[in-house]
Design a protein. Structure first.
Length: 269
């Protein structure tokens, strides 16, 4: 990696200090809270969303650089790459990240990928020198702006918005993703939660000192980032109660595999 990626630029703004109220320990993994791509009793219908035209996002000059760098780090982690180019290939690599791993292991691998995008000393320096400034409020605002500017290649159109902080005050430290491209293309709740939401929340809190709550909507593919807000414990996070999407490719493959199983007759028959 010869040059800084968009994600490498993030720490320059993220590592502003966290507020004293940001200190409670957050466990991003919990043995009782796991997502599986299995057939839900009440599947979420997204047929109407799929019939709507996708947002018109035109990639910028640096988008390909960001995508290729991020994909390279994912490939280094799992030791496999897709033959497909561009974003389609990235989604296949993201799917492969979950193969043969528990959900907690997938999330831990994704955190390692994020960490690999930064020089180790940079994360520590920013956490120590910048994160304490202003009680964390400025840090959260800066991170929100950089995220909205540099992560559109991954998520699509997004904008900074105002959110409520734990102390009840309003702060422009939110990022609203109108229709997340990563979720829409993966079509999988498990991919969204285990390779994006949980590891991203963990990365910012543990390595940047900035709490982050991500609230994806599986009905319209939107997502609300809340920098400066601690996520709830997994058992209290509604995302763990979400069923698979009807169009989840992983669930579809599982169902097809089940139908193709030839049952061996009982030897006593």
């Amino acid at each position: 990696m010869q040059s800084l990626s968009h994600l490498q630029l993030l720490p320059l703004f993220h590592s502003l200090p966290s507020h004293p109220n940001f200190n409670p320990k957050f466990h991003s993994q919990h043995p009782k809270c796991r997502l599986f791509c299995s057939k839900p009793h009440h599947p979420i219908s997204v047929n109407e969303m799929d019939s709507e035209p996708k947002p018109d996002y035109r990639p910028g000059l640096l988008d390909d650089l960001f995508l290729n760098l991020f994909r390279k780090k994912m490939v280094e982690e799992i030791g496999w790459d897709s033959e497909k180019p561009g974003y389609d290939g990235l989604i296949e690599v993201a799917n492969q990240l979950t193969v043969g791993r528990k959900n907690s292991e997938t999330s831990e691998a994704a955190v390692r990928i994020l960490r690999s995008l930064f020089p180790p000393f940079l994360l520590e320096l920013y956490r120590m020198l910048i994160t304490p400034i202003g009680g964390g409020r400025l840090a959260a605002m800066m991170v929100a702006r950089v995220t909205a500017l540099t992560c559109r290649w991954l998520m699509g159109s997004c904008k900074v918005n105002s959110i409520s902080l734990p102390d009840g005050s309003l702060c422009e430290s939110g990022v609203f993703v109108e229709r997340c491209k990563y979720l829409e293309e993966s079509k999988c709740v498990g991919i969204c939660v285990n390779t994006c939401k949980l590891p991203t929340q963990t990365f910012f809190k543990d390595y940047m000192g900035i709490p982050l709550l991500m609230e994806p909507s599986f009905s319209d593919y939107s997502c609300q980032f809340k920098f400066g807000v601690l996520p709830p414990l997994p058992e209290n996070d509604s995302v763990f109660r979400e069923p698979c999407l009807e169009i989840c490719p992983n669930k579809t493959r599982q169902l097809e595999a089940t139908r193709n199983i030839v049952t061996k007759p009982c030897p006593k028959s």
